[in-house]
Ligand binder design. Structure first.
Ligand SMILES: Cc1cc2nc3c(=O)[nH]c(=O)nc-3n(C[C@H](O)[C@H](O)[C@H](O)COP(=O)(O)OP(=O)(O)OC[C@H]3O[C@@H](n4cnc5c(N)ncnc54)[C@H](O)[C@@H]3O)c2cc1C
Length: 645
C-alpha cells in the first residue's frame, strides 16, 4: 500500500468504486480505494439490481440517465460484464393525480433528453401480460429501465479504475481520519498510515461511523428493506421475451423477472429504521431476519395486481439495510466546515444513481464545480439543525413515501414544527398555513376563517389560489407584512470586507446606508446565490439570501476567504425581521418605528436605503426578540394583528 495519495476513497461499494473510476476517467490516477473487507461488502451485495430514471428532481433524473448509459462504457474498459438486462419498465398510475405526476415526469424527461412515453392500460397488458390493469389509468414507459448484476457492476467500475491507474486495497479497515495543518488528511488503517490530499467518505452503511472519525455527523440512516424471489412461473417462462419491470406505486411494490421467476420488493408503511445506535463493524455479509408480517398488506395488493404470484413458490427472501438521507437523495460534495473532506454517501439507489454521483464528485473535485446543478444531492443542503432524531424521523417518512405522488406544492408533516420564531404563535392564531425549509417553519399564506389551515397538494391550481390572490391584492392596495426569518443573514466585517464582497459578488457594491441586489457567480459563471447586500457603515455589511442555502453559501465563503482582514459570520438565527410592502407601508412604519421615516429622511429608491432603527414594541406580548431569523407570508391589512392596524 502506498503511503501518499492524491485521493483516498473509503469504501468499496458501488459508490466508492464509481467515484474511483470517475477520478481516473478525468485524469487523476494517483488515487486509491480502501475497503475493510471485499468489494461489495455493504448494502451493495444484496441489492435487487434494478435501475431507472424516475426522480422528482430533473437534474437527478438526468444523472440517473447518465448512470444507465455508463454501463456499456465500464464493461468495455474493464472487460467485466455488468449482467445488463435492458428490459424497459412501466410505472403504473392508479389515480388521476398519479397520472398528472407521471405526465410532469415525462415533460422533465423530454427536457433532459430522456425518451419516456405515457402508455394506456391496453399497451401495459401488451408489454406485461402478467399485470392486471383493473383500476389502472395508464403508465409511464421508460425504455432505459432494467436490472444488472450488482457485484459484476461494482467490479467493472473497480477494474476500469485499476486499468486507469488506481490502487485498491482490500481487507484494510480505516481506523482514524486526522486532519493535518496543510489541509491534507492522515488515514490510520489496519495496514498502516496513508497521507491523502483529499478524503472521500463512501462508506455506505458505515458512513456515519466513518464521519464521526472526522468529528462530523452525516444526516443519513439505514432502513430495512425486503424483496422476494419466486420459483419458476409458467406464464413468465412462456412469455418468450424477458418481461419489463413494473413499478406499482399504489401497491408500494416493484417487480421484475429473475430467470424463470419474478422478484418483487416493497416499500411498506410499517418500515423499520435499522442500527439506530450505529452500524456494527462486524456486520456485512449477513442478511437480517425476514419479516413477512410487515409486508403482508402490500403482498395482498400485489397478488391482485400480479395474480401469477399467488400460486408461485417463494425461493428466497432478502431483508437487508441501506441508507437514506432525510429527503432520499444522496449526500455528495465537500463537507461544510472541513477542508478537503468529501462525502459520497446516503445513496439509496446505487445502480440508478452511482454513475451520476461518481461523475459529480470527480468533476467538482477536479474542476472546482460540477457541470450541472446538483443542489438536490449537495451534502450542504442539510445543516446543524438536522439532528439524529430529526434525521431518523424524516428518513422513515421518506421511506414510507417512496412511492407517493410528489406534488410541487407539498409540505411534508414529519418532525414539525421543528424550528419556529417567537411570532409563530401569532401567525398560528391567524390560521396560518406553514411551510418548512431547513427545519424552519414559515407562513405560506393564511387560510380563511373557519377553513382548515391546509393547502391541498395538487399539480393544478390548489385551494390556496383565491386566498393568495386576495393577499396579493391587499398588499398591492394597502400594506402587508412578511416575516423574513427564512432569509439567511451573513455579517461581513473587517478592513478587507468591501474588496472581498466585490470579488465574490457580481454587480456594484452599495454606498454606506444603501443596499443592492447582487448575484453570486461561480468562476464558470453559474448562479450560486441571489443576495441583498446592505452597507451598514464602519466596514460592516449584511448579506441576505435563501435560508435553505445558508450552509451551501457559508461553505463557498469559507473556501474563498483571504487569510486575514475579513470575517464572515452566519447570523441567520440571530436576527429576526419583517418586511412591509404596499402603498401604506410608510404610514405603518411611522407608527411602529422611532425616528423620522418620512420620504426626505428615508427615501425610497430602486437600490434601496438601509438604516439601523429601534422599533417601538408593537404591543404587549409581541416581542422583538434578539435571537432568531426570518421569511414568509403576506398578511393583508384586514388580518393584521390588531396592534399594527
Ligand atoms: C434489499 C435491498 C435491495 C436493493 N435494491 C436496489 C436496487 O434494485 N437498485 C438500486 O439501485 N439499489 C438498490 N439497493 C440500494 C443499494 O444497495 C445501495 O444504494 C448501494 O449499495 C449503496 O452503495 P454504497 O457503496 O454507498 O454503500 P455500501 O454498499 O454499504 O458500501 C460501503 C463499503 O464501505 C466499506 N467500509 C465501511 N467502513 C469502512 C472503513 N472504516 N474502512 C474501509 N472500508 C469501509 C464497507 O465494507 C462497504 O464495502 C438495495 C438495497 C437493499 C438493502
Amino acid at each position: 500500500m502506498k503511503s501518499h495519495t492524491r485521493v483516498a476513497v473509503i469504501g468499496g461499494g458501488v459508490i466508492g468504486c464509481s467515484v474511483l473510476y470517475h477520478l481516473t476517467k478525468f485524469g487523476w490516477n494517483d488515487v486509491m480505494l480502501i475497503e475493510q473487507s471485499e468489494l461489495t461488502s455493504g448494502s451493495t451485495w444484496h441489492a435487487a439490481g434494478g435501475f431507472h430514471t424516475l426522480n422528482a428532481d430533473t437534474n437527478m433524473a438526468a444523472l440517473q440517465g447518465y448512470t444507465i448509459g455508463l454501463y456499456k462504457e465500464i464493461e468495455e474498459i474493464s472487460g467485466q460484464s455488468c449482467g445488463l438486462h435492458h428490459v424497459g419498465g412501466i410505472t403504473l398510475a392508479g389515480t388521476p393525480d398519479r397520472m398528472d405526476c407521471l405526465g410532469a415526469e415525462r415533460a422533465d424527461h423530454r427536457y433532459m433528453g430522456l425518451e419516456t412515453h405515457l402508455v394506456t392500460p391496453e399497451e401495459i397488458r401488451e408489454l406485461s401480460p402478467i399485470t392486471n390493469t383493473d383500476g389502472v389509468l395508464g403508465a409511464l414507459y421508460d425504455p432505459l429501465d432494467g436490472h444488472l448484476d450488482p457485484s459484476g457492476t461494482t467490479h467493472a467500475y473497480a477494474r476500469a479504475a485499476q486499468k486507469q491507474g488506481a490502487e485498491i486495497v482490500l481487507r484494510n479497515r480505516v481506523l482514524e481520519t486526522n486532519p493535518r495543518p496543510d489541509g491534507s488528511w492522515e488515514l490510520v488503517t489496519e495496514q498502516g498510515t496513508v497521507i491523502a490530499d483529499y478524503v472521500v467518505n463512501a462508506a455506505g452503511l458505515w458512513a456515519r461511523e466513518v464521519g464521526e472519525m472526522a468529528g462530523i455527523y452525516l444526516p443519513l440512516h439505514p432502513m430495512e428493506h425486503q424483496y422476494l424471489a419466486t420459483d419458476k412461473i409458467d406464464e413468465v417462462v412462456n412469455h418468450g421475451t424477458e418481461l419489463p419491470h413494473v413499478m406499482d406505486p399504489e401497491g408500494e411494490s416493484y417487480l421484475r423477472q429473475e430467470r424463470q421467476g419474478l422478484v418483487i420488493g416493497f416499500y411498506e408503511q410499517e418500515c423499520d429504521p435499522w442500527a439506530v445506535d450505529g452500524t456494527p463493524w462486524d456486520f456485512g455479509h449477513e442478511l437480517l431476519p425476514d419479516n413477512l408480517d410487515r409486508i403482508s398488506d402490500a403482498m395482498a395488493f400485489a397478488f391482485k395486481r400480479f395474480p401469477v404470484l399467488e400460486k408461485a413458490g417463494i425461493k428466497n427472501i432478502i431483508n437487508g439495510p441501506f441508507t437514506f438521507a432525510p429527503d432520499g437523495n444522496p449526500l455528495v460534495g465537500p463537507v461544510p466546515g472541513l477542508k478537503n473532506y468529501w462525502s459520497a454517501c446516503g445513496v439509496m439507489a446505487g445502480f440508478s444513481q452511482g454513475g451520476g454521483v461518481g461523475l459529480t464528485l470527480a468533476e467538482w473535485m477536479i474542476d472546482g464545480e460540477p457541470s450541472r446543478d446538483v443542489f438536490a444531492m449537495d451534502v450542504s443542503r442539510f445543516g446543524d439543525y438536522c439532528t439524529r432524531s430529526y434525521t431518523r424521523i424524516k428518513v422513515r417518512e421518506n421511506y414510507q413515501r417512496r412511492f407517493s405522488v410528489s406534488y410541487p406544492n407539498e409540505e411534508l408533516p414529519a418532525a414539525r414544527p421543528f424550528h419556529t420564531t417567537p411570532a409563530y404563535g401569532i401567525w398560528k392564531s391567524q390560521n396560518a398555513v406553514f411551510g418548512s425549509a431547513y427545519g424552519m417553519e414559515a407562513v405560506n399564506y393564511f387560510a380563511p376563517e373557519g377553513e382548515d389551515p391546509y393547502e391541498i397538494p395538487s399539480f393544478r391550481r390548489s385551494n390556496a389560489f383565491d386566498t393568495v390572490a386576495g393577499e396579493c391584492q391587499a398588499v398591492r392596495t394597502a400594506v402587508g407584512i412578511n416575516e423574513i426569518h427564512n432569509f439567511s443573514k451573513f455579517e461581513v466585517t473587517g478592513e478587507g470586507a468591501l474588496g472581498w464582497i466585490d470579488i465574490v459578488m457580481a454587480g456594484r457594491m452599495p454606498r454606506e446606508g444603501r443596499l443592492t441586489l447582487a448575484p453570486m457567480l461561480s468562476p464558470k459563471g453559474k448562479l450560486f446565490g441571489d443576495f441583498t447586500i446592505s452597507n451598514l457603515g464602519d466596514e460592516r455589511y449584511q448579506m441576505n439570501a435563501s435560508y435553505a442555502s445558508q450552509s451551501y453559501h457559508m461553505r463557498w465563503f469559507e473556501d474563498h476567504l483571504p487569510d486575514s482582514g475579513v470575517e464572515v459570520r452566519n447570523i441567520s438565527q440571530q436576527r429576526i425581521g419583517f418586511q412591509i410592502a404596499g402603498p401604506s407601508s410608510r404610514e405603518l412604519l411611522s407608527r411602529v418605528a422611532r425616528g423620522d421615516v418620512s420620504n426626505e429622511a428615508f427615501p425610497f429608491s430602486v437600490s434601496g436605503t438601509c438604516r439601523s432603527a429601534r422599533a417601538r414594541p408593537l404591543c404587549k406580548g409581541f416581542p422583538i426578540p434578539g435571537t432568531w431569523a426570518m421569511k414568509s407570508m403576506c398578511l393583508p391589512t384586514s388580518r393584521l394583528p390588531s396592534m399594527t392596524r
